[in-house]
Design a protein around this ligand. Structure first.
Ligand SMILES: Nc1ncnc2c1ncn2[C@@H]1O[C@H](COP(=O)(O)OP(=O)(O)OP(=O)(O)O)[C@@H](O)[C@H]1O
Ligand SMILES: [Mg+2]
Length: 289
């Protein structure tokens, strides 16, 4: 009970910080209202700094990302959006000359703790990269790849998984008669949906999506966007987009970054209708892209 209270106070505290107010953490009714509004599980990023060689790429990032909500990350090219996403499930680890300072807490556990297990982290937080990256194997094997890594071998279970997740991403009807053909033969939009199915099949809690619709035609793009809107019922979605209209249509929360820093964050309505920072205003009005 005490923990619940302090968790909701913490979330409210962050929420109040977003709005630029002094936190009002002691009001239980407000805290629970806010918690209901905001969802449950969280990714808490605390004082995150990322350096690659001598370059300071992410600068003291503090963010709370919520389950069952869509958070869109916006900002000009090179501001650190991809680096941020890649640091949330430790895909960034593959970068040479990397130094990470600060903490990324997922349900209270620091993923940068020396004892943290990377496979477990990536199961919990899936990353969908900008360019779809189907594995060089069949459609079927792509979807079941994660399940097999996690030890599931039963053919019936795997068959059911393939159908369930391909249906989930609206790809089943298009590929059900060629499940054992190479995934590389699919169109880019189909590959993007296949990669999403592969990510969902390991039942993550959060999905990180890096400009997942940028390479798609408007119809395929709308398809993926609608899917995310539907997936929000079960997952926390953190999505990088360059399309402000998309963020406006889909986001619950928006984070604006500039040159490695989080400049402003808030509900989509607050940030789009009433941006506080001059840089946010300029970005939204198209002064720089
Ligand atoms: N492996 C790396 N080595 C050196 N610098 C890097 C590396 N990866 C990223 N950077 C630098 O970090 C900064 C942020 O890059 P990042 O890819 O995160 O930006 P972004 O906001 O995703 O940009 P875009 O919108 O163009 O995708 C850039 O200046 C980039 O050059
Ligand atoms: Mg990027």
């Amino acid at each position: 009970m005490e923990k619940e209270k302090s968790d909701s106070a913490r979330i409210f505290n962050r929420f109040a910080f977003w709005k630029g107010h002094q936190a009002e953490v002691e009001s239980p009714s407000k805290s629970s209202e806010t918690e209901e509004k905001n969802g449950n599980a969280v990714i808490d990023i605390e004082n995150l700094n990322i350096y690659i060689r001598d370059n300071h790429i992410l600068k003291n990032v503090n963010l709370t990302l919520l389950d069952k909500k869509i958070t869109c990350i916006i900002g000009p090219s090179g501001c650190g959006k991809t680096t941020l996403l890649r640091s949330i499930n430790r895909m960034i680890d593959t970068t040479e000359h990397l130094r990470v300072e600060g903490r990324v807490l997922v349900d209270g556990e620091d993923i940068y703790d020396r004892k943290a297990e990377i496979t477990h982290i990536r199961k919990k937080i899936g990353l969908l990269s900008q360019r779809p990256t189907p594995l060089p194997m069949s459609i079927y094997d792509n979807v079941t790849y994660g399940c097999r890594i996690h030890g599931i071998r039963n053919r019936k279970v795997l068959d059911a998984t393939v159908e369930k997740y391909l249906r989930g991403v609206n790809l089943w009807e298009e590929v059900k008669d060629r499940l054992h053909n190479p995934a590389s033969a699919l169109s880019i939009g189909q590959q993007q949906r296949l990669c999403l199915a592969r990510g969902l099949a390991v039942e993550p809690q959060f999905i990180l999506a890096d400009e997942s619709t940028s390479a798609l035609d408007p119809i395929s793009s709308k398809h993926i966007e609608d899917l995310f809107a539907k997936l929000r019922e079960r997952y926390g979605i953190i999505m990088v987009t360059h399309t402000l209209r998309q963020a406006l249509r889909i986001a619950d929360y928006v984070v604006f970054m500039y040159m490695g820093e989080v400049i402003e964050q808030g509900t989509a309505e607050e940030l789009f209708k009433n941006p506080q920072h001059e840089l946010t205003k300029q970005y939204l009005s198209g002064v720089f892209s």
